[in-house]
Design a protein around this ligand. Structure first.
Ligand code: BGC
Length: 494
């Protein structure tokens, strides 16, 4: 039985003046051991480019984000970049220590491809890159923290961008298989959980449809870029990613899984990516709508996908929005949804779907995590599920007291975990939960203007300061009593 019990009033987060409408019946205790199965992974997540810094250290090659942030700083809200970020490359021992203090049993991080293979498979493996991740993995294991490793979280060596036009060139598939093989060989004796890609459905949209991420390719009306084809290229890139994924999974299953005993999956942000992986083809409606712009799988490729299903599904779940099907009744489509005939919005009849966060399109909708998990669980037949990211953002220019005493984040985590535990009770095969993020970090095109960390980071001094949410999470995970006044008063308010 868990010693840690917390109460959460999970409110429907529509705020009208000062009134808060209660959505769920009453407050209910939540306990790590009572509400989640044994062996459940509880962790925090980060990604390489967002925290490591050290962008030129120890023979690391330049990656697409290094080049983009340096050449097009105007596209980043504050002109920032990941050159230093959280300086995690040099401070990883401290970061492992704060993970340990949180009481997590797992840590999700990604490997920087350009640190391992600065020039892709035609160059050498960089021993310093291998050594860094070996040190990190060993330090985690010494603290009883299981590494949960993502092979690709948005960053690719710039050389591959140039050589293959990034994910548009089929040649990059072989590169990914080679890179993942190097990682399985080097780290697989200690890493039991691998994910190939992070959110490729979102990433390809940002890269090749809206053109806001490198290599900034798009066409009107989706965006204004110097080159690109928003109706075709995102699908070409996604196709290459799906086939890279399947080939890497086949290699892992064939050559590593039996001796290393690990599992491999992919992290998605919902939507259509899972159908090709599980059923070997794109959804029928997608094929009809996108028709000739959607690449076709050959019979061999279909077989590759179908026979190399992944072992688990990673879901990044932050928010929910309203969606209206525009296939049968015409509606005003927004370009953000690309070619999908769907209208999405966070506001209906003048009311927001949940309380707003620093991200204008992210609202606090805790019940959405349960629906998302149940949907995936039903559709993909009980494949184990991990919530690989879930988190709450604050504006960096919020006053320091509120940044640290992050009551809203505590409420967010409590409520999302409560609905996650409800999905577990209803039979969903959920195996883990990772809070995004361990520390404030470089938030892509928003630079350092928003903060997702359980730990506040002073980017001048690199000091990590535990927020109320870090203390709450530690309390939930370890049952250790909280001495901190801010958290106690926050508790009294809930
Ligand atoms: C990404 C993270 C990002 C987070 C918050 C996710 O889509 O995987 O890299 O920081 O959302 O925007």
């Amino acid at each position: 039985m868990g010693v840690s019990r917390v109460t959460a009033t999970c409110i429907l987060t529509v705020v009208v003046a000062t009134s808060l409408a209660v959505l769920t019946p009453g407050a209910r205790g939540l306990g790590r051991d009572d509400d989640f199965p044994p062996g459940f992974l509880f962790g925090a997540a980060t990604s390489a480019y967002q925290i490591e810094g050290a962008y030129l250290d120890d023979n690391k090659g330049l990656n697409n984000w290094d080049v983009f942030t340096h050449t097009q700083a105007g596209r980043i809200s504050d002109g920032g970049n990941g050159d230093v970020a959280d300086d995690h490359y040099h401070r990883y021992t401290e970061d492992v220590e704060i993970l340990h203090n949180l009481g997590v049993n797992s840590y999700r991080f990604s490997i920087s491809w350009a640190r391992i293979l600065p020039r892709g498979r035609l160059g050498d493996v960089n021993p310093a890159g291998i050594a860094f991740y070996n040190r990190l993995i060993d330090a985690l294991l010494q603290k009883g923290i299981e590494p949960f490793v993502t092979l690709n979280h948005f960053d690719i060596p710039q050389e591959l961008e140039t050589r293959y036009r990034g994910w548009l060139g089929a040649g990059i598939r072989e590169e990914f298989v080679y890179y993942s093989d190097v990682c399985f060989k080097a780290f697989g004796d200690r890493v039991r959980s691998w994910t190939t890609f992070n959110e490729p459905n979102l990433y390809t949209r940002f890269q090749y449809m809206l053109g806001v991420y490198p290599p900034n390719r798009c066409s009107p009306p989706f965006g204004s870029c110097s080159g690109g084809d928003s109706r075709r290229e995102p699908y070409v890139a996604a196709h290459n990613i799906l086939l890279s994924h399947a080939a890497a999974v086949r290699n892992y299953h064939t050559n590593y899984q039996a001796k290393q005993g690990g599992k491999i999956g992919m992290v998605i942000a919902m939507k259509w990516f899972l159908d090709p992986i599980f059923f070997g083809d794109y959804p029928r409606v997608m094929k009809e709508m996108i028709s000739s712009n959607l690449p076709k799988f050959t019979p061999e490729e279909k077989k590759l996908l179908q026979t190399n299903k992944m072992d688990f599904i990673g879901i990044n779940q932050y928010t929910s929005i309203y969606a209206k099907d525009c296939i049968y009744s015409p509606c005003a489509l927004n370009t953000y949804e690309g070619n999908a005939l769907v209208y999405t919005t966070g506001v209906r009849n003048g009311k927001k779907i949940g309380r707003p966060t620093a991200f204008s399109s992210y609202f606090v909708v805790p019940q959405g995590i349960e629906s998302a998990v149940m949907y995936v669980n039903d559709r993909y037949k009980d494949t184990p599920i991990f919530i690989t990211e879930n988190g709450y953002s604050q504006h960096s220019n919020t006053n320091m007291e509120d940044l640290i005493n992050d009551v809203e984040r505590v409420n967010y985590m409590q409520c999302y975990l409560k609905y996650l535990s409800s999905a577990v009770r209803k039979g969903a095969n959920v195996r883990g939960y990772f809070a995004w993020s361990l520390v404030d970090n470089f938030e892509w095109i928003f630079g350092y203007t928003v903060r997702f960390g359980l730990y506040h980071v002073d980017f001048d001094t690199q000091e990590r300061i535990p927020r109320a949410s870090a203390k709450w999470y530690r309390d939930f995970l370890t049952g250790s009593s909280l001495k901190d006044d801010t958290v106690q008063s926050l508790r009294a308010d809930s």
